[in-house]
Ligand binder design. Structure first.
Ligand code: GLA
Length: 400
């Protein structure tokens, strides 16, 4: 049984346990992946360009009919100790008592607000996107629920609508100020490709990744409390900088305009804006390098992104910087570089991403293991990941 089939079996089993093994079986199964961002960091909420790809870690939602006499959504979250929730569909949907409940309730509410009607349903949810690692477990959860609820009610929403529903749930029911990148990646990615997203228009196009490139993700193991505070503070700084320049979003500035209008702007706000503007300019060259398998070009642009996040945006940590330096050294520099490496996601810990020639994947993993065996404190782990398609219906193998 492969990874996804095991998850499906877990969701099915959880459904039987929660809703009665002699009751109806779940009728359909949906999968929504986590994501890693290759470049375009902290620019989605500045209307910029981003380049994430979906990874082979999913949230699986098993769904079946609910009680028509008392229309409600009933849910069991297998990974949350099989915790349960139930909310009526004939009454206003309000927040629940935990984050996962709020994601489900928020998604249902956002679907209603878009004018759609949901039918009663039972859901069992299981996943293997690591929580808190910066690989978008909550976006994958919300997109999976949005896809399952809408399809099961006979609605055929596109990826953009699903992503907006999932983001709305996070923004309004969870209270996180996230941008749209993670949800778009989970909803719209194509296998063996990254997704170039214009976060202003939500236009998106797959960038097929050269077949001799491999994706290596290194989880630093560091989980920081600061993530949310730091994130909200950066968002507010971007808004303040845009106001200084009298533009709608930092997307509207060039580096020249940024420098020319600098007078009167606090140095740290200038640095934040310089990260955003320069990072947006790096995305398209990175997409070209990715499509051509041009590892020296990737190395250069990913390095510049990391340095900018470290020095101008100040969202890296010493441990993450060290990991990036170690892996960068293992990949070589200049024209001989076998790939690029940078921090990925919101920052303040989390993951490092490397895109490398397939022949160099092992040396990245070995470099990480050597560093952390040497002084053993942080359990950083590195692995090769596949680039997956976005959220979809899945068919279980065998009878389960
Ligand atoms: C988090 C947010 C995204 C994005 C990234 C940084 O993952 O959820 O919207 O802002 O940080 O690029």
């Amino acid at each position: 049984m492969n990874r996804r089939d095991r998850l499906i079996a877990r969701a099915r089993q959880g459904y039987r346990l929660a809703f009665g093994s002699d009751g109806p079986e779940p009728q359909r199964f949906f999968a929504a992946p986590g994501r890693v961002n290759l470049i375009g960091e902290h620019v989605d909420y500045n209307d910029g360009l981003v380049l994430p790809c979906a990874i082979d870690r999913d949230t699986i939602v098993a769904i079946g009919p609910g009680n028509i006499d008392a229309p409600a959504i009933e849910v069991v979250a297998i990974d949350m100790g099989s915790a349960r929730d139930r909310f009526g569909l004939d009454e206003p949907i309000v927040q629940g008592t935990s984050n996962w409940q709020n994601l489900v309730r928020g998604v249902a509410e956002m679907i209603h607000r878009r004018g759609h009607t949901l039918g009663p349903a039972r859901l069992s949810i299981a996943g293997d996107v690591p929580i808190g690692a910066g690989l978008s477990s909550s976006a994958s959860f919300a997109v999976g629920v949005a896809l399952a609820l809408t399809r099961f009610s006979g609605l055929d929403l596109n990826a953009k609508e699903l992503a907006l529903i999932a983001q709305g749930a996070e923004n309004e029911f969870l209270g996180t100020a996230c941008g749209i990148m993670d949800q778009m990646a989970s909803a719209a990615c194509t296998a063996q490709s990254a997704l170039l997203i214009d976060c202003r228009t939500l236009e998106h196009m797959p960038i097929p990744v050269a077949s001799d490139l491999a994706l290596v993700i290194v989880d630093s193991g560091i989980r920081r409390e600061l993530v949310e505070t730091g994130f909200n503070e950066r968002r507010a700084q971007c808004v303040a900088a845009a106001r200084h320049y009298r533009v709608d979003a930092l997307r509207d500035l060039t580096l020249e305009a940024l420098k020319a209008g600098r007078a009167g702007l606090e140095p740290d706000l200038f640095a934040r804006a310089r990260h955003v503007v320069s990072e947006i300019e790096r995305v398209e060259p990175a997409a070209v390098a990715l499509a051509h398998g041009d590892t020296p070009a990737l190395a250069q642009v990913m390095r510049a992104s990391h340095v900018s996040l470290r020095d101008d945006y100040e969202v890296t940590t010493p441990e993450i910087d060290r990991l990036v330096d170690t892996i960068g050294a293992a990949l070589g520099r200049g024209d001989a570089a076998l790939g690029g490496v940078r921090m990925t996601g919101g920052g303040f810990g989390g993951c490092v991403v490397a895109v490398v020639h397939t022949s160099a994947a092992d040396r990245v993993i070995e470099a990480v293991e050597a560093q952390y065996n040497a002084d053993a404190e942080t359990p950083a782990t590195a692995a090769v990941y596949a680039m997956m398609g976005g959220a979809c219906e899945v068919t279980p193998q065998g009878s389960g």
